[in-house]
Design a binder for this molecule. Structure first.
Ligand code: SF4
Length: 226
């Protein structure tokens, strides 16, 4: 993607969704952290189904510890890798209670020291809860960044670094949400909906799609004239 295309690309995404939000349900920073920790390789819809009851019963780290591993595991059993995630969630709660006064820490190092919390989860919490301009690169952000040519990279860390360099300051805080939602609903993995895509004009793959469509039209006209 050419540098001059980046502002129109984001301003178009911003116009279609001025206040993008995570689709995970939460009502506190702790619940956000827990929901993101549970969401690896799972859909937000599936996580929300499980966390509605989990958070009603255990809205704080201490309440989660009081609920106990067997009950927490039972409540998240519909989520992939639920046993490991339940263990990590409880180990994280133990550290939050013992070392952080029951609060979620605000630094990347402290977040990534929590069991089950990697760079992507820390980026989501820093961004969504604390308003920092971090880029959580999940499968959608990775795909859209590469397809559009906005931030090509061989792995999430490379894509994150390029995004932080190329995304204009006014779009930094919301950029990863726009990219996730665009990847989830328009630029889908198997069949990107280029013909219905609002940012096609600025996307590398979109321009190739438009050229192919134009060639098909010209061929159709020639066939019609023959
Ligand atoms: S034009 Fe196609 S490849 Fe580009 S962002 Fe839109 S859906 Fe994705």
């Amino acid at each position: 993607m050419k540098a001059e295309a980046i502002v129109p690309f984001f301003s178009t995404l911003a116009a279609t969704n001025p206040r993008p939000q995570t689709e995970l349900e939460y009502s506190s920073v702790f619940e956000l952290l827990a929901a993101v920790l549970l969401s690896a390789q799972a859909t937000d819809v599936g996580v929300n189904k499980a966390t509605r009851e989990l958070f009603a019963r255990a809205p704080t780290p201490q309440a989660m510890l009081d609920l106990g591993e067997a009950r927490v595991t039972e409540l998240v059993r519909t989520i992939g890798l639920f046993r490991t995630k339940a263990k990590n969630l409880l180990a994280t709660c133990r550290i939050l209670v013992d070392q952080h006064g029951g609060q979620v820490p605000r630094t990347r190092d402290a977040l990534q020291a929590l069991p089950g919390v990697g760079r992507k989860t820390a980026n989501v919490v820093l961004n969504v809860a604390f308003g920092e301009a971090t880029m959580a690169v999940d499968t959608h952000v990775f795909r859209v960044s590469n397809r559009t040519g906005l931030a090509p990279g061989r792995n999430p860390l490379e894509v994150e670094a390029v995004l932080l360099k190329r995304v204009p300051p006014q779009y930094l805080v919301d950029a990863h949400h726009w990219l996730i939602l665009h990847g989830r609903y328009v630029c889908q993995a198997r069949a990107p909906r280029c013909g219905a895509c609002a940012v096609q004009a600025w996307c590398d793959e979109g321009r190739r799609f438009a050229a192919r469509a134009a060639a098909t039209m010209r061929q159709g006209d020639r066939d019609g004239q023959a």
